[in-house]
Design a protein around this ligand. Structure first.
Ligand code: GDP
Length: 297
């Protein structure tokens, strides 16, 4: 991920670090290129502008430390600013799931990787945190989606709520909640229905379910390859439903990666995990340090 942005910025800073002293004009030129690179990486214009302004403010008038070159100093300022934009509160990937059974609501558009991510996260909670997890699909309009979750559950050794035909999403949510309490589960995950685009019916349904289970975490799954569309989706879901974090999928693809930067800046919500493939263990904690490092190369 971030290959294009990384290469571009590396090019900018290669030129910078070859110069001796850094003039105001140099900083401006470099930051103009940073801005173009960010825009090309599909970072939204206001986010790119704010980012560059913040860096310029920090860079201007800063005493040049003897131990590093001015170029390196700008790189450090850009690096720190990237982390500022990307980081959330607390540990990366931390979930509020202390009080059992803790509900996690998974939301997102159809095809974003929501069902796959639900199972990946369930596996992670089971394997790494020793949690007993119960999963349920609320996608009553797509029996194949419910089947898919059941099959993934069997593969990873995580229970899914038995499917009862004719139930509404709200009924399934209630049954999952009851079953999670009775069955002594630590966490229950609700894979809500996806749509191809955001519509009123979908939002109303997710809202109803949210009000019934009071989720500890509401995680929005978005396709990292969709750039600005992903950010728009996140903004819509956050405004209407209130999300606690984002999972960016398909970050193994050759996306331009700017979505991560815009996502955090626009929604104010942390990216908690990234999906890096179709396999069940291809889910990683989102690490701002690593991402910033990769951007700068
Ligand atoms: P849903 O409609 O949102 O539930 O989407 P699915 O979970 O069914 O995923 C749609 C497709 O995307 C499936 O073929 C998944 O294997 C694939 N997928 C999900 N996450 C990732 C990811 O992080 N990387 C890649 N390469 N494929 C993914």
């Amino acid at each position: 991920m971030f290959e294009n942005l990384s290469e571009r910025l590396s090019g900018v800073f290669d030129r910078l670090t070859k110069q001796g002293a850094l003039s105001d004009e140099d900083v401006k030129t470099a930051l103009r290129e940073v801005r173009v690179a960010l825009l090309e990486a599909d970072v939204s214009l206001p986010v790119a502008r704010d980012f560059v302004n913040a860096v310029q403010e920090k860079a201007t008038g800063q005493a040049v430390t003897k131990s590093i070159t001015p170029g390196q100093q700008v790189v450090k300022i850009v690096h720190d600013a990237l982390i500022d934009v990307l980081k959330g509160e607390g540990e990366p990937g931390a979930l509020k799931i202390d009080n059992a059974p803790a509900p996690i609501l998974m939301v997102g558009l159809q095809g974003s990787g929501k069902t796959t991510t639900t199972a990946k996260l369930a596996k992670r909670l089971k394997d790494r945190d020793g949690k007993r997890v119960l999963m349920a699909s609320l996608d009553v309009n797509r029996p194949a989606a419910m089947e898919q979750l059941a099959i993934l559950g069997m593969q990873i050794g995580v229970d899914t709520l038995p499917i009862v035909k004719g139930e509404t999403p709200v009924q399934i949510a209630k049954r999952t909640k009851t079953q999670a309490s009775l069955g002594g589960y630590d966490v229950y995950m609700l894979d809500t229905a996806g749509r191809l685009s955001i519509d009123e019916e979908l939002m109303a349904q997710v809202e109803q379910v949210r009000d019934i289970v009071s989720p500890r975490e509401t995680l929005l799954v978005v396709d990292g390859l969709t750039g600005q569309d992903a950010v728009q989706t996140a903004e819509n879901f956050n405004t209407r439903i209130g999300i606690s974090g984002v999972v960016l999928t398909r970050m193994d693809g050759d996306g331009r990666g700017g979505a991560a930067l815009s996502m955090r800046a626009v929604t104010g919500k942390p990216i908690k995990f990234v999906g890096l493939g179709e396999k069940m263990d291809a889910l990683e904690t989102f690490e701002p340090e690593r991402v910033a490092g990769r951007i700068l190369g």
